[in-house]
Design a binder for this molecule. Structure first.
Ligand SMILES: C[S@@+](CC[C@H](N)C(=O)[O-])C[C@H]1O[C@@H](n2cnc3c(N)ncnc32)[C@H](O)[C@@H]1O
Length: 235
């Protein structure tokens, strides 16, 4: 089996316990990281009526927040679509957000027309995309001029020190144990820290975005650099 298929299968396996574990493992603060990223986009967005695509939507956390925050910003949601290659994740998202449209697809092959999205978001998903550069080109292709891309991700820490040690200890020792206890799937929760270590630093991801044609307008880190929001635009 190809590596990408194995990753998607892991998400199929952990889907039933994903929401519960997400809240426990991030101590509930992931919602504040998501809200800050979404606000950063909506504050810059001049269009009133929006077509939003959430890639690697999982069980749909971002879909609920886009709906709530668009209403707060008085934006009309023309369309809100969730895309993910995991059938089990999509099934849960459909139950939670029956008003949204869902598409089973990978980030690197989007069945979406050119320049049709005002906003693309991908939260904690890009790390899992093997053909990352191809996916970034797809995001650029699908986004309208003046549109925004929001990436939320755990990036690799390059500087050492106590902070890095604490984060690494939590990710490599504590998180897999809690993950295994609740999901009964140790492999999946060992994959998380290794996928972060194998991922890019903030600077490297910002460079890849620029290489794909984007202009990076904001790069904001949260909670001692654990999570970072990248906001980029297609000029
Ligand atoms: C950690 S979850 C994040 C889910 C959701 N965005 C969130 O913030 O809770 C990662 C998601 O990426 C999806 N995924 C894995 N490989 C992918 C790919 N090549 N393209 C798009 N999504 C992918 C998985 O199925 C999973 O739903």
């Amino acid at each position: 089996m190809q590596k990408q298929e194995q990753i998607v299968e892991l998400f199929d396996q952990i889907a039933p316990t994903y929401d519960k574990l997400n809240r426990i493992l991030s101590f509930g603060v992931d919602t504040s990281w998501r809200v800050a990223g979404i606000r950063g986009v909506l504050e810059r967005m001049s269009a009133q009526s929006l077509d939003i695509l959430d890639i690697a939507c999982g069980t749909g956390d971002m879909l609920g927040l886009w709906t709530r925050l668009c209403a707060q910003f008085n934006k009309e949601l023309q369309s809100l679509r969730g895309i993910d290659p995991s059938s089990a994740m999509l099934e849960l998202a459909k139950q939670k957000f029956p008003q949204c449209e869902f598409i089973k697809a990978e980030a690197a092959n989007l069945p979406i027309d050119n320049e049709t999205a005002d906003i693309i978001s991908i939260s904690y998903g890009l790390r899992n995309v093997i053909e990352r550069q191809k996916a970034l080109s797809e995001f650029f292709r699908v986004l309208k001029k003046g549109g925004f891309l929001l990436i939320l991700e755990f990036t690799k820490r390059e500087k050492g020190g106590l902070l890095k040690w604490c984060r690494d200890f939590y990710l490599s020792r504590i998180l897999p144990k809690i993950g295994k206890f609740i999901s009964k799937n140790q492999v999946a929760y060992e994959y998380l820290p290794s996928s972060i270590e194998g991922f890019l630093s903030k600077e490297e991801l910002a460079r890849e975005l620029e290489e794909a044609g984007f202009f990076v307008v904001e790069l904001k880190s949260f909670s001692l650099d654990i999570s970072t929001a990248f906001i980029a635009t297609k000029q």
